[in-house]
Design a protein around this ligand. Structure first.
Ligand SMILES: Nc1ncnc2c1ncn2[C@@H]1O[C@H](COP(=O)(O)OP(=O)(O)O)[C@@H](O)[C@H]1O
Ligand SMILES: [Mg+2]
Length: 255
């Protein structure tokens, strides 16, 4: 096994999804290294969300493999992947409006019981769901809203709640699909700082879809460019910006 393969926490091998003769994801081979911050960019319809669906088990590929560490998870359902430490946020909010903010996170924490994340997070072994829920809410800055109905939160706060629900599962790898989509401009820096801290202080490996270059630069260790379902380039941000193939793919939609 190569050094790269050994370091990868997540690896796809020629991952493809063809539906009715249409290629939606095409031969994607991507290594996400342990601890890295990798950002996926690409025009609308490039297949970024579909790739996340394949990684999290929402849909299954028509060809190729998904490896989480040494384990082939290609055919594992979403809950099994979550238990193995893969956490995923969605482009749209999934909270229960009529329940309190804390209850939403507690349900998510409970759903995660019996997982094997303890392999990775020894210190958290045996921690009660309620405690994990409170920790996650504090982490995203929503502790003061614990007893408020989730429906009363602003859109930006709901996105933070989504993140808390993801984090209380104590993932090793977090997949964030446009975490600032639809947010008020003034809420964006806060969210990005939170994501930066998750990576820096909490040592999560982060795989994030984000369009806005101003948000990515300074955060991303590497960037992957998707175009027509395929990976066009994977490289450091500097080299991606200078890459002519990438520039061409973005004609009319400049970086
Ligand atoms: N289940 C599906 N059936 C048919 N087409 C799909 C399905 N899922 C996604 N697509 C299509 O695949 C393409 C990629 O979509 P998506 O992954 O959402 O792109 P992105 O997130 O990069 O904007 C789009 O053209 C979309 O309409
Ligand atoms: Mg998308």
């Amino acid at each position: 096994m190569s050094d790269a393969a050994r370091r990868a926490v997540l690896r796809t091998e020629k991952l493809s999804l063809h539906i009715g003769g249409v290629s939606i994801v095409e031969g994607v081979s991507l290594d996400v290294d342990d601890g890295e911050f990798l950002v996926i960019i690409g025009p609308n319809g490039a297949g970024k969300t579909t790739l996340f669906n394949l990684l999290s088990g929402v849909v299954y590929p028509t060809a190729g493999r998904v490896m989480l560490g040494e384990r082939d998870i290609t055919h594992e359902p979403p809950y099994a992947r979550a238990r193995l430490g893969l956490g995923r946020s969605f482009q749209t909010s999934t909270v229960f409006s009529e329940l309190s903010t804390l209850e939403n996170v507690r349900i998510a924490a409970q759903a995660r019981l019996g997982g094997s994340a303890a392999i990775w997070r020894q210190a958290d072994r045996g921690r009660a769901p309620l405690e994990r829920a409170k920790n996650a809410l504090a982490l995203v800055g929503l502790a003061a809203r614990s007893s408020d109905h989730a429906g009363a939160l602003s859109h930006g706060e709901k996105r933070k709640l989504d993140l808390a629900m993801l984090l209380c599962g104590e993932p090793r790898l977090v997949l964030l699909d446009e975490p600032t989509a639809g947010m008020a401009v003034e809420d964006v820096p806060d969210m990005m700082e939170l994501i930066a801290r998750l990576h820096r202080e909490h040592r999560n490996t982060v795989l994030m879809v984000e369009h806005r270059m101003d948000l990515i630069l300074g955060l991303a260790d590497r960037m992957a460019v998707m175009h027509h379902g395929a990976l066009l380039a994977v490289d450091t941000p500097d080299r991606i910006i200078a890459n002519e193939t990438v520039q061409t793919a973005y004609l009319g939609d400049p970086l």
